[in-house]
Design a protein around this ligand. Structure first.
Ligand code: PMP
Length: 424
């Protein structure tokens, strides 16, 4: 495989994170909340394919819907289809800020759709984004840790430009990168550059570095500052959407963005994403000002999977169960860590959370860079995976709980965690 696939098989995990060594798991299959490797080892899975398997692996109703679509309907027509309209209606019904919606295949594309819409709507080119957030692999919004930025002292001014190695020339001019949870930094950027800023692109909570929650009033200030300057507010709810609730993080925090991006949980494991929001912004697609299209956009398989997934998520009480399971795990872990006296933190909200080893609370990306005890995290991860609990080896990554995780899965996980923590 190494000869034909750079980085080897097991795509993202092997290619991106050498952290999986010495456990490069070669998957044989998945079932519910479990993954089985080619040697027959069974793992309780909190990686969940990086989040999309919100119903667990091989969810029966999604599988049946997809098989029916393939056998009885077809997959790609490049024509309007009733099932796409049905999905759009379901998303609009689930998320109050979304008046109209367009589909895409990945979160990356949906982010690009959103920034394209914002640029067309405002006639401005710059996008504000934040340190430590990930919005997909496109060069247009990519950001990687610049050594100078990562080692910047707490008193140094934020560097308001993208400096990722490999960024095409000119891209950084289109971005402004700010520290998150910092109202003054945003106010200042808008004061100086507001007339050039099309959108502020943010996760409503910082999922890809530290699971940091917005400070009280931060999202509200962000909403006010952007609205006053004619800047669109884009929520990237690729992780939080359809996970924190049917209406995502915006439903939980009570903030109305102009545009939102959804992916992962929406498709129950199939590649489908969505951008949606204000009718007057989305109308730019209706009148042809903006084109959002792709050959596989709204293909039948993805749409059938998403329709079936949303039906499952809309069952009354579904999210109560997801929160109950997640809380059982979070609180159980927090208790184990507290008893051990280790500098460990369980941070996040409901079914979006992470485990941290750090000598104090993590408030920002820079805190995370300075404080995270990567060596301790590594020992924790190795202990857990050796005993059959699978989650991401990166210290900034979420533990994903699914609707398929049972109390028994959680209790097994907690028993293993207690054993591992006792040896740390
Ligand atoms: N935004 C966020 C917040 C993400 O976490 C991700 C993927 N991890 C993306 C965008 C990109 O989504 P995709 O991988 O589907 O392109």
């Amino acid at each position: 495989a190494q000869r034909v696939i750079p980085g080897g098989v097991n795509s993202t995990a092997r290619a991106t994170w050498s952290g999986w060594e010495p456990y490069p798991i070669f998957v044989a299959s998945g079932h519910g909340a479990h993954v089985v490797d080619v040697d027959g080892n069974d793992y309780v899975d909190y990686l969940l394919g990086l989040g999309p398997m919100i119903l667990g692996h091989r969810p029966a109703k999604v599988t049946r819907a997809v098989v029916r679509q393939i056998e009885e309907v077809g997959t790609v027509f490049a024509l309007p289809a009733a099932a796409e309209a049905e999905l759009a209606r379901k998303i609009v019904a689930a998320v109050p800020s979304v008046e109209m919606v367009r589909l895409s295949n990945t979160g990356t594309e949906a982010v690009l759709y959103a920034t394209r819409l914002a640029r067309a709507f405002t006639g401005r080119r710059r996008i504000v984004r934040f340190e430590g957030m990930y919005h997909g692999f496109s060069d247009a919004v990519y950001w990687s840790k610049h050594p100078d930025l990562a080692s910047a002292g707490p008193d140094e001014q934020p560097v308001p430009v993208a400096q990722g190695p490999g960024l095409p020339k000119g891209v950084e001019d289109n971005l402004l990168i700010l520290p998150w949870n910092d109202v003054e930094a945003l106010r200042e950027a808008i004061r100086v550059h507001g007339h050039e800023i099309a959108a502020v692109l943010t996760e409503p909570m910082m999922c890809n570095t530290g699971c940091i929650l917005p400070r009280p009033g931060y999202l509200e200030a962000m909403r006010e500052l952007t609205a006053a300057a004619g800047i669109l507010l884009i929520f990237d709810e690729v992780i939080t959407g359809f996970r924190l609730g049917l209406a995502g993080a915006q439903g939980v925090f009570g903030i109305t963005p102009d545009l939102s991006v959804f992916a992962k949980g929406l498709g129950g494991g199939f590649p489908v994403a969505a951008v949606g929001g204000r009718r007057d912004v989305m109308a730019l697609v209706s009148d042809g000002t903006v084109s959002l299209a792709g050959t596989y956009t709204a293909n039948g398989i993805a749409v059938a999977a998403a329709n079936a997934t949303l039906d499952e998520l809309a069952v009354p009480g579904a999210y109560d169960r997801l929160y109950e399971t997640s809380d059982r795990l979070r609180h159980g872990l927090a208790e184990i860590f507290a008893r051990s006296g280790l500098p460990a933190h369980v941070v996040g909200l409901g079914p979006v959370f992470q485990v941290w080893f750090a000598d104090g609370p993590i408030h920002s990306y820079r805190d995370a860079e300075r404080r995270a005890d990567q060596a301790m995290f590594r020992r924790w991860w190795l202990g857990m995976i050796e005993r059959g609990v699978l989650f991401h080896p990166g210290a900034y990554e979420n533990l994903f709980v699914s609707f398929a995780h049972t109390k028994a899965d959680i209790d097994v996980t907690l028993a293993i965690a207690a054993e591992v923590v006792a040896r740390l």
